[in-house]
Write a protein that binds this ligand. Structure first.
Ligand code: ADP
Length: 539
């Protein structure tokens, strides 16, 4: 081997901020806040305030390698922490407020953070948790001086803390493999597990996300992340947007249609993204009010499977393209993205739409994917054979935080826990999570496919399908429907809708109507459903 003779500049999060402040200094950032007026500044302003925050945190004793936790929504202050904390060489643990009290306490103690910065509407939560937070020494309320109260924990105001600090920071240079963000999985089984993103992973992931074959952002885009900043860094959009020079719009904690629509219209949002439940609410809002998202061009949806009907409605009624993505906390989180290819386009518009609307996405440079049969051999890429989905690459987990052994196999492959197929066009389709698959008479029924089809039935808000023990067939599908308010919908309507669209033996043995519980990351909580309906007698 002969070494290359190029520079070895480390890939650091601070490099993104420096770039945006110099190349896109005046590109705007707009943020909603908790009971404060809309905030406006730009990338130069972000750089100045992130520098102030870094000085202030250093003043609190935060050093390289230390952990700092946030409990915060999608706001400009949280964004400042995204740059200030890793910029210092410390690690930002973005605590997930939707976890249980026990789990939030567990994650902050496990991270051993010395500072907790929280939005004002978490004051009660923080007061409740504080006695059990064994490592936090300083509490900071992400609020202006007037509205800050000590919340019973001696909290100080973020604005007071950073006021008067220098507006530039000599960001240190260090190993690009240093930890930058600590994100915990939602812990549906056991304690949440920490995934520690390195600077290198965050930067490579953000660059890949901007490619035209992925999100395809340009400096003309106006990007509104509706995936939470605390959940796997909102798909890296806080980094991809500045790399591409896009305007950023941050909606704080309000993700309902009536709150999002004025932001989309008022700020000219072209690109947004979030979990399917947000877009179910948004489409219902548009339908009820007869309004249209004039500037919107693309919506990225992931975290759970996108119902085909949702993608179709966005396209046919509003001219908005839906890009489905698949990923997980362990993959930073982007894995695959559904964007068109010439080979699909050659099959005609219907086939193209069908692939884009029903597949999670296609192979992206940087993430290798394979589907494994039960005997460990690789499944053919025929779009039919399903098996265990494994991934590897520079933004895939090697080992969970503070665990002794690797989560990935020796050759890097990480088992995602998903069941999927791959096809000749490089498109991946998730058929189920390993633990959710329904085994009926020795065959598998895809709960995701059934849910997706049922989601297209008029009046259905959320459709969930679980396997319920059955004396003859081992398991049979039970469908739980949460209907839109006022919808006249019964079991017969749902079954009639399904009948021409599925093979007969997939027909749910029963359809019941109830609220569908969601997890901390907005997915259907099948564990709760299985427990609740375990003894349900099929009719
Ligand atoms: P959690 O902490 O709930 O596991 P993650 O966001 O890490 O949160 O969840 C990742 C999982 O979400 C994936 O393994 C997959 O099962 C599911 N998922 C993500 N995107 C999609 C999608 N587009 N379609 C179907 N399932 C998805």
């Amino acid at each position: 081997m002969i070494l290359g003779l190029m520079q070895t500049t480390p890939l650091l999060v601070s490099g993104i901020l420096r770039y945006a402040a110099s190349a896109h200094a005046r590109r705007e950032i707009v943020s909603r806040l908790i009971d404060e007026p809309l905030w406006r500044y730009d990338y130069a302003g972000l750089a100045a305030r992130a520098a102030q925050a870094a000085h202030a945190l250093a003043g609190l004793g935060v050093r390289s390698g230390d952990r700092v936790s946030s409990l915060a929504w999608n706001t400009h202050r949280h964004l400042e922490l995204f740059y200030a904390v890793p910029g210092l060489g410390a690690v930002l643990h973005t605590a997930n407020p939707r976890l249980s009290d026990e789990q939030i306490v567990f994650t902050i103690n496990h991270a051993a953070s010395s500072v907790l910065l929280f939005d004002r509407n978490f004051a009660e939560l923080v007061a409740r948790l504080a006695p059990r937070l064994t490592t936090v020494k300083t509490f900071v309320m992400l609020s202006d001086a007037e509205r800050t109260h000590d919340a019973g924990v001696g909290a100080i105001s973020y604005e007071t803390l950073i006021a008067g600090q220098a507006q530039s920071f000599d960001w240190p240079t260090f190993d690009e493999n240093a930890g930058a963000f600590l994100c915990y999985t939602s812990g549906t089984t056991g304690d949440p597990k920490g995934v520690l993103y390195s600077h290198r992973a965050v930067v490579l992931h953000a660059m890949a996300g901007g490619l035209a074959s992925a999100f395809g952002l340009t400096a003309f885009d106006v990007v509104m992340p509706c995936s939470s900043l605390y959940h796997a860094t909102a798909w890296g959009l806080p980094f991809t947007a500045p790399i591409c020079g896009a305007k950023l719009v941050l909606p704080a904690d309000k993700m309902d249609g009536a709150s999002l629509h004025p932001l989309i219209q008022g700020e000219g949002v072209t690109f947004t993204g979030g979990v399917p439940t947000i877009w179910t609410m948004y489409l219902a809002y548009l339908e009820q009010t007869g309004q249209r998202p004039d500037s919107l061009k693309r919506v990225v949806i992931g975290g759970s499977a996108v119902p085909r009907a949702m993608a179709e409605t966005f396209k046919t009624q509003y001219g908005v393209d839906v890009l489905q993505i698949w990923g997980m906390t362990e993959t930073c989180p982007l894995g695959v993205i559904a964007t068109p290819t010439p080979s699909l386009a050659a099959l005609g518009e219907d086939a193209l739409n069908d692939a884009i609307w029903t597949r999670q996405g296609r192979l992206q440079f940087g993430i290798e994917l394979k589907v494994e049969n039960e005997d460990g051999s690789e499944a053919p890429r025929d779009g039919e054979t399903s098996g265990a989905l494994k991934v590897r690459g520079p933004w895939v987990i090697q080992r969970y935080y503070r665990q002794e052994s690797d989560a990935a196999e020796a050759d890097g492959w990480f088992d995602t826990g998903d069941i999927a197929t791959l096809d000749e066009h490089g498109f991946m389709r998730i058929t189920d999570r390993q633990k959710d698959v329904i085994k009926s008479g020795g065959e598998w029924i895809s709960s995701i496919d059934l849910e997706n089809i049922a989601a297209g039935c008029p009046g259905v808000k959320i459709a969930a399908v679980i396997g319920v023990p059955h004396p003859k067939w081992e398991e049979r599908p039970l469908m739980i429907i949460e209907a839109h308010e006022g919808a006249a919908l019964g079991k017969a309507e749902v079954l009639n809708y399904l009948a021409p669209r599925i093979v007969k033996w997939w027909t749910p043995d029963d359809v019941v109507f109830a609220a569908v519980p969601l997890t901390a990351t907005g997915k259907i909580d099948k564990k709760v459903l299985r427990e609740a309906w375990r003894g349900h007698l099929m009719t």
